[in-house]
Design a protein around this ligand. Structure first.
Ligand SMILES: [Zn+2]
Length: 239
């Protein structure tokens, strides 16, 4: 070996140099990936909606900036949900009975423009109701599925960047650089409508709890597969 290095000094130096660079790159990529998997601070927010939620409505018409002190405020609560959508890096899976809130639609549009993959499961009767933003998302290219039974799809949840789902998407797109993300689930009693957020007594929980995000993602994936054939009927419904 010693003799070989002596007689091939130049090539030995090149080989060692190349190997060092390759190992350094590998270590750097591993650290970067590990960091990207790291969760930020844990999230746990419980939004309560009740008869007081709209009581500050007139104040919101005053000059900005306005920080609402109403802890049940509809506007503030919607912004908390919008904030989570705006943090999405890879994917958003939505299971919602009905959805008409324009601010949420706008946030989903921003997510789509960032390259976030969105999937929607909704109720077969509500999906084509007037004002449904599910159809608006479908027109933007978002695949929508629904159970084709008389039973209701009554869920109200959204999973953002769930870990296993992110890993699946990364496997399909190895060229894109890893991005830091946090898995979050938004769920509760409220439909994403003005009635649900501005008058009804409802709740909405936002949490990064791993078991919760995984559980909701697992059920979403099960439904997605089970309702696979419904996509064409959603398209027929739009026409
Ligand atoms: Zn308010």
């Amino acid at each position: 070996m010693y003799d070989w290095f002596n007689s091939h000094n130049k090539w030995a130096a090149i080989t060692i140099g190349a190997a060092t660079v390759a190992v350094s790159k590998l270590i750097f990529a591993t650290i970067k990936y590990a960091r990207s998997r790291k969760s930020n601070e844990e999230v746990l927010t419980i939004l309560i909606f009740n008869e007081l939620s709209g009581s500050c409505g007139a104040n919101h018409l005053k000059k900005a900036p306005f920080k609402c002190q109403n802890k049940y405020c509809t506007r503030s609560h919607i912004q908390r949900i919008v904030y989570q959508i705006d943090q999405a890096q890879y994917c958003i899976d939505i299971a919602i009975y009905t959805f008409t809130i324009i601010e949420l639609l706008e946030a989903f549009k921003r997510a789509l423009s960032r390259g976030v993959t969105i999937r929607v499961i909704s109720d077969h009767e509500m999906i084509c109701s007037s004002g449904s933003k599910v159809l608006s998302l479908n027109r933007l290219g978002v695949e929508v599925r629904m159970p084709e039974t008389t039973a209701m799809m009554h869920h109200k949840f959204m999973v953002i960047d769930e870990r296993a789902r992110v890993d699946d998407l990364r496997l399909k797109d190895r060229k894109s650089k890893p991005r830091a993300y946090q898995s979050v689930v938004v769920y509760g009693s409220a439909n994403w409508t003005l009635q649900g957020f501005n008058g009804n007594c409802e709740n909405c929980v936002i949490t990064s709890d791993k078991q919760m995000t995984k559980k909701f993602q697992t059920e979403f994936d099960r439904m997605w597969k089970s309702f696979e054939c419904s996509s064409r009927n959603v398209k027929a419904c739009i026409k």
